[in-house]
Design a protein around this ligand. Sequence first.
Ligand code: GAR
Length: 210
Amino acid sequence: MSLRIVILISGGGSNMQAIVRARDAGLPVEIVAVISNRADAPGLGLAAAAGIPVFTVAHTDYTSRADFDAALSAAIDPLRPDLVVLAGFMRVLGADLVGRYGGRMVNIHPSLLPAFPGLHTHARALAAGCKVHGATVHFVTPELDHGPILAQAVVPVRPGDDAETLAARVLKLEHLIYPRAIGWIARGLVKMDGDRVRLSDASLEQWVFE
Ligand code: GAR
């Protein structure tokens, strides 16, 4: 049995591609569609080339977030996903939409949450003098870039790093931890302990370090 997933993107789609590669290598997921809020997202072409149905729900076509969210769920619902995967999806989703997919929506964020929710995470980590930085896979809750943490990856901040070099090294590890965390969900290994994620096989609870 494979998990039906719908992937939401806004841009390059490298995390989406990492999930496609993992599927091709045996990750038990069926990617039923890739949806973008931007018709010009380069990731859409990559998904189409991989034979995945693609859709655009352009946020610019809607005057309110509620209307955009309604259009988005109207696109997602008929696809009957088990899991909605935000992969570089750069729109804030309202509480109604998030609640609709409660426990069935995951996100990857380029920081070690709860540090640095929001934008410009790499520049902010550098400005704060962080010695380590990284990425987090988490379940989506109405609060932006919060929610139970599934997986994290850590990179050292090196002397001479700028936001671009740091982002590139973090992104490389994102491609490792996102398919891995989706695999845990697909294999039924994820259990909730209050707001904390526990894996039924504790030996899987490893962090990833560059
Ligand atoms: C990734 O670094 C992802 O963590 C980030 O956008 C990039 C998308 O890259 N997401 C966010 O900032 C969401 N708050 P990709 O399109 O190549 O996967």
